[in-house]
Design a protein around this ligand. Structure first.
Ligand code: TMP
Length: 393
């Protein structure tokens, strides 16, 4: 499938090679009829939009086996709890209706009145958990075809929320039209997505994988939403997912842009996040990072040490495949997710082992793939003998 937000040609500037589906963990060695696509990055100058060129059909990614459960992170549970308090105070009335796009296992929606909240979740595995919690979860993609059937909600939803999900949606035009259909006149759209500026700063190129079709910035969001009668009114940096931006949007002329937003846009312009030149700088740093990482791993192995990984993240699929790291270099990856344990990593076939065995495994060199959960993981797993590393250091 190809990305189709704008008919203008994009400039392709970075090739990360042949990639499997990031969350396509394999059951066993025989089951290796793996799907690969070409992971290439491009920049749409007109929209200042960073995007990947090709990606698998979303049905290949968000299906009945989707293994990512938001509630697997205590930090995310707390993050959504605190944030929902803020939303209720600032943007909602007593009986306001809340809609979440990509509501996963209901970790966010649980904080609202069940009667007035609805979630769209195409992945059956996580949707079932939300249903068990008594939430109104639709096992469907949030798109015009599906929202058209929900007439009783048209123009009545006061908050449309998404966390690390808007950037997954190939057809942004359909997404915004669906929002328009459901949102009340004075309603608010809030979404938090991995931020292009943070990815550039950290050289966290592992943020680039099939699910992250777009890497948004304030400038690109501003340009896109203005086309549809909406307006970005505020934003704030978030530490989630290794550096995200929270975007707050309303219909045009309902509210004014905050000073904070203007300051953030200025910062973005100073760093040229809105320019193609930043893409080219990023590309150089990615290539250098790969070289450094391979050297580091080689050195550890030459000294007769063993390496394991921690956190079989979707992000790790990009690092492992792009840097050609396989099980002759990393023995296994420890993880807490039941749906991943006992499986193999996509493309590179490294076994995933229950984190319960990490402490007694005695590994001294650990590649922390879940670097965005560093604090939480080190709190429970660290000891003085372990040297944690990642492609970021
Ligand atoms: P994420 O970076 O997409 O949030 O994925 C985090 C992965 O790391 C997920 O597979 C679960 C795993 N994980 C652990 O193994 N231990 C932990 O303490 C945490 C927070 C996550």
């Amino acid at each position: 499938m190809k990305c189709r937000i704008d008919k203008t040609k994009c400039n392709i500037f970075l090739d990360l090679g042949k990639m499997p589906v990031a969350n396509g963990f394999l059951n066993n060695k025989k089951n290796q009829n793996e799907y690969f696509y070409k992971l290439q990055c491009a920049f749409n100058k007109k929209l200042s939009l960073f995007q990947i060129v090709q990606f698998p059909n979303p049905k290949k990614m968000f299906n009945k086996n989707y293994p990512f459960y938001t509630s697997s992170s205590k930090f995310m549970i707390k993050h959504f709890k605190n944030f929902s308090k803020f939303i209720k105070k600032k943007y909602l009335k007593k009986n306001s209706i809340v809609l979440e796009v990509g509501s996963n296992d209901g970790t966010f929606l649980k904080n609202f009145n069940k009667k007035n909240s609805i979630g769209f979740e195409p992945s059956e595995s996580v949707h079932k958990v939300a249903l068990k919690e008594g939430l109104k979860s639709y096992n469907k993609f949030f798109n015009l075809k599906n929202v058209s059937k929900l007439k009783k909600y048209h123009g009545r939803v006061d908050l449309i929320f998404g966390a690390n999900v808007f950037c997954h949606i190939p057809n942004q035009v359909d997404l915004i039209k669906s929002i328009d259909r459901m949102l009340s006149k004075e309603g608010t759209i809030i979404f938090e997505e991995p931020y292009l500026g943070s990815m550039y700063k950290k050289v966290s190129y592992d943020q680039i994988y099939d699910e992250h079709i777009y890497m948004f910035s304030l400038t690109s969001i501003n340009k896109i939403y203005e086309k549809f009668g909406f307006e970005l009114i505020d934003a704030s940096h978030q530490v989630t997912h290794g550096g995200s931006m929270r975007y707050i949007i309303k219909r045009k002329s309902v509210s004014t842009k905050t000073r904070n937003l203007l300051k953030l846009i200025n910062e973005e312009k100073k760093k040229e996040v809105d320019k193609f030149s930043a893409c080219l700088k990023f590309k150089k740093r990615v290539i250098h990072s790969k070289k450094k990482l391979r050297e580091k791993i080689k050195k550890i192995l030459e000294n007769k040490n063993k390496i394991c990984g921690y956190g079989a993240t979707s992000k790790s699929t990009t690092i492992l495949n792009f840097c050609n790291i396989n099980k002759s270099m990393i023995d296994c990856i420890f993880d807490t997710t039941n749906d991943k344990i006992g499986k193999l990593t996509p493309g590179t076939h490294i076994p995933i082992i229950d984190h319960k065995f990490f402490k007694r495994s005695g590994y001294k060199h650990v590649f922390l793939f879940a670097w965005n959960h560093k604090k939480e993981i080190l709190k429970k797993e660290n000891n003085k003998k372990i040297q944690w590393f990642s492609h970021l250091n």
